[in-house]
Design a protein around this ligand. Structure first.
Ligand SMILES: *[C@@H]1O[C@H](CO)[C@@H](O)[C@H](O)[C@H]1NC(C)=O
Ligand SMILES: *[C@@H]1O[C@H](CO)[C@@H](O)[C@H](O)[C@H]1NC(C)=O
Length: 366
């Protein structure tokens, strides 16, 4: 007769196996356990995949299939449109490539920054898909914007939309960087600011699209940064424009030249105090979005800025003015990592920044 020691008597697992029992029983037991774990693991993975699909289908087809709901596929890209003399490489070729991408009309809204020069603006404007609308070169800039010799007094901002532009507005920031450093960082010479375009993607639903590009830092070798100006610009952006927007929904995109630091008083923290970030919502509580693979500048996949430290500078934020009247959410966030072949075997990125893309769903509740 076989004897089994009482479970719990000993912490030695070996003792739970009958001393004189047949080897096969041990093996069977072990392999059953092994198989069982495998089954549980596989089932768990399968059910997660199914759940993911179910959620995606729910959001895409059930949650946004009525006449009161629309998905807005949008993209923001800093086009690196500095004149070549200021360091921008392959600018004409890159602008052509950006134009070809936009010509596909795969998105509803494009927010562009650093489209400083009018000839590059014209390249992109010439590629618009039929029926699309684009702000005029000086519509989101001061009328004094040069755009031929250099970016002086320009904002570099443009908006392209599948929906008609019902209103356009530009406000230059009050703080522009240090005039004494104008010839180092160019911030004071350019006139960065806030562009706003009103669209109405659904009957009775207004959306304000804000685009901006805030002060950048010079190369660290110069021994200073523009954090002081950047913070004031973002404060002005939020207090004077975004928070005062009268549209049902506000979408804000651009190059903020600030990493995702939620601390109060940091540019990102100031915006996140009022708006949601599409990428954060997409990855929900997983903090994977802070992974360097999502860096929009200095990404290892970028052929121009890969030697710099990876950081997220470009974002798409959203806000519903009255959450009981309009529901806004995202379920697609993507970095397309655009590249094209300059020559055979020589692929380059569209810009020194990566584009970010999000689909923002907007649903009227009443
Ligand atoms: C930026 O410069 C300020 C001084 O103007 C300094 O206090 C701050 O630490 C600097 N920030 C970074 C990130 O270097
Ligand atoms: C965020 O900003 C705060 C204060 O401005 C600073 O002390 C902190 O180190 C920053 N965090 C990161 C992760 O850079």
């Amino acid at each position: 007769m076989e004897t089994f020691p009482e479970i719990g008597v000993s912490d030695d697992r070996g003792r739970l196996i009958p001393d004189e029992g047949p080897e096969s029983r041990v093996t069977r037991c072990r392999s059953w356990c092994f198989t069982y774990r495998w089954c549980v693991g596989i089932l768990l993975v399968l059910s997660l995949i199914l759940l993911g699909h179910a959620l995606a289908i729910y959001y895409l087809y059930f949650k946004c299939n009525s006449a009161d709901c629309i998905g807005l596929k949008m993209m923001t890209l800093n086009t690196w449109g500095m004149p070549k003399s200021l360091g921008s490489q392959f600018k004409e070729e890159r602008m052509q490539a950006i134009g070809h991408e936009i010509a596909k009309g795969e998105r509803d809204i494009y927010l562009l920054e650093e489209l400083w020069m009018e000839p590059d603006y014209e390249t992109i404007r010439a590629s618009l898909p039929a029926g699309y609308h684009m702000t005029l070169f000086r519509q989101l800039a001061l009328s004094t914007c040069d755009g031929h010799a250099g970016p002086e007094f320009c904002s570099g901002l443009s908006v392209i939309s599948r929906f008609p532009l019902l209103e356009t507005e530009f406000n230059s920031y009050t703080y522009h960087g240090d005039p004494l450093k104008a010839w180092i960082d160019g911030e004071w010479l350019a006139r960065k600011g806030v562009g706003r375009v009103r669209i109405q993607p659904l009957k009775g639903l207004s959306v304000d699209l804000f685009v901006t590009h805030t002060a950048a830092d010079p190369d660290p070798s110069h021994g200073y940064n523009n954090s002081y100006y950047r913070v004031r610009q973002v404060q002005e952006l939020m207090d004077n424009y975004v928070k005062k927007a009268t549209a049902d929904v506000v979408l804000l995109g651009g190059d903020f030249n600030a990493g995702p630091n939620k601390t109060q008083g940091e540019p990102y923290g100031i915006i996140r105090g009022y708006m949601k970030n599409s990428i954060e919502e997409f990855f929900y509580k997983l903090l994977t979005w802070l992974n360097p693979q999502y860096a929009t500048y200095g990404n290892t996949k970028n052929t121009f800025s890969n030697t710099f430290l990876p950081i997220i500078y470009d974002y798409i934020f959203y806000h519903a003015r009255d959450e009981s009247a309009v529901n806004v959410w995202t379920n697609l966030y993507e970095m397309p990592f655009f590249k094209f072949f300059l020559q055979k075997d020589h692929a380059i990125s569209f810009s020194d920044h990566e584009a970010v893309e999000a689909t923002v769903y907007v649903q009227k509740l009443r």
